[in-house]
Design a protein around this ligand. Structure first.
Ligand SMILES: O=C(O)[C@@H](CO)OP(=O)(O)O
Ligand SMILES: [Mg+2]
Length: 425
């Protein structure tokens, strides 16, 4: 099926920053479009976004150059061609770019085209996107990990750690799990109000109050779980992404937002060890920084048998970095963010490599999101069993939950909810 049209425009993400939307049409008239998200706490080794650097537009964050790359060079190379399949299209895009990190055409432009092609092909074949990508066995709905308290770089408050998430795993379906998660979210809102704390939300839709300690966030959430009628640890557990690369400062971890104190890598591991003993935490993402490979090997050895340790910044959805991690005994799971690597094929290959090595795969949104629901289909296609896509109160986050609700409904009797078993331990 030949590509007959490729176009792009500059649209907005949930932070009000510009991002790329691409459309693609095949010769049978099937169309697909996609919008690329953007991170704030980005890993140093992520594929490169192309931004305009024109200070008179969006403070230098415009994406008109990236849009031009789609309309110009990419359209020139692809329109009239039949790539045949997703991996050939993605390889063509990588070769056309010619850089190791997609800096010339821009990973933001390349990913939008890659996903738009996947959608157009799914339409052409008249199959849902998750089935087009994952085949007939793509029937497992992920446990949603709802980010209910935001800190770090995602909120202007006193909380050092970026994400405190609830994990409603003791459910029979995704729909039930989301209901449990939302009930806890609403209970938490009441609790914050009762304490006179702010219920304004951060970038990912979690509350962003000023708290007197990083532990207070956990204690409030545990209270909310109980208030909603659930048992912490049995029905609803906790997951954290402290995003500690943002705290890494001259080889130590600095608590920039609370009290300016510092910890060594070993002292950070002690902190997590202590929290694991005190709280029902099933997943720790980026407990240490992307440059702290030694610390990561140490924490994996020490705590990897009792909790899922997810590498986000340290791996950047990059197969080479993942291979190093596997060799050095770093982490037992990987975060999967398509825009960290830049094409659908490379994203899925990275997940396949992780699975083959016994690592868990945890599909993720970015803090700057849009109404695009690709990651919902991706999570089902990969059968990875858990997803993080914010809390349940902002449209760009609920769009993914709603897509998963529709997928579960569409699968009917064939749908399976992943539950607690999805988490590595
Ligand atoms: O650190 C993360 O995992 C993400 C998403 O939650 O944040 P950002 O998109 O800002 O990198
Ligand atoms: Mg992260």
């Amino acid at each position: 099926m030949r590509i007959t049209r490729l176009d792009a425009i500059e649209v907005l993400d949930s932070r009000g920053n510009p991002t790329v939307e691409a459309w693609l049409q095949l010769e049978d008239g099937s169309e697909g479009s996609a919008i690329t998200p953007a991170g704030a706490s980005t890993g140093a080794n992520e594929a490169a976004e192309l931004r305009d650097e024109d200070p008179t537009r969006y403070g230098g964050r415009g994406v008109q150059k990236a849009v031009e790359q789609v309309r110009g060079e990419m359209a020139g190379a692809l329109v009239g061609k039949d790539p045949g399949d997703q991996s050939t299209l993605d390889l063509l895009l990588c070769e056309l770019d010619g850089t190791p990190n997609k800096a010339r055409l821009g990973a933001n432009a390349i990913l939008a085209v890659s996903i738009a092609y996947a959608r157009a092909c799914a339409h052409s074949l008249q199959v849902p996107l998750y089935r087009h990508l994952g085949g007939d066995d793509a029937v497992v709905l992920p446990v949603p990990c709802l980010n209910v308290i935001n800190g770090g770089r995602h909120a202007d408050n006193t909380v050092d750690f970026q994400e405190y998430k609830i994990v409603p795993h003791h459910a029979t379906s995704f729909a039930e799990s989301i209901r449990m998660g939302e009930e806890v979210f609403h209970a938490l809102k009441k609790l914050l109000q009762a304490h006179g704390l702010s219920t304004g939300v951060g970038d990912e839709g979690g509350f962003a109050p000023n708290l007197h300690s990083n532990e207070q966030a956990i204690e409030l959430i545990l209270e909310a779980i109980t208030a909603a009628g659930y048992r912490p640890g049995d029905d609803v557990s906790l997951a954290l992404d402290p995003a500690t690369s943002e705290m890494w400062h001259h080889g130590r971890y600095r608590f920039f937002k609370s009290n300016q104190s510092e910890r060594t890598s070993a002292a950070m591991i002690d902190l997590w060890d202590d929290w694991l003993q005190r709280y029902p935490i099933v997943l720790l993402e980026d407990p240490l920084a992307e440059n702290d490979w030694e610390g990561w090997a140490q924490i994996t050895q020490q705590l990897g048998g009792q909790v899922e340790l997810v590498g986000d910044d340290i791996f950047c959805t990059n197969p080479d970095l993942l291979q190093r991690g596997i060799r050095e005994g770093v982490a037992n799971a990987i975060l999967i963010k398509p825009n960290q690597i830049g094409t659908v094929t490379e994203t899925m290959e990275c997940a396949a490599q992780a699975k083959a090595a016994g690592y868990g795969c945890y599909v993720s949104h970015r803090s700057g999101e849009t109404e695009d629901t690709f990651i919902a289909d991706l999570a089902v296609a990969l059968g990875c069993g858990h997803i993080k896509t914010g809390s349940g109160c902002r449209g760009e986050r609920t769009a993914k939950f709603n897509r998963l609700l529709r997928i579960e409904h569409e699968l009917g009797e064939r749908a399976r909810f992943a539950g607690r078993a999805a988490f590595v331990r």
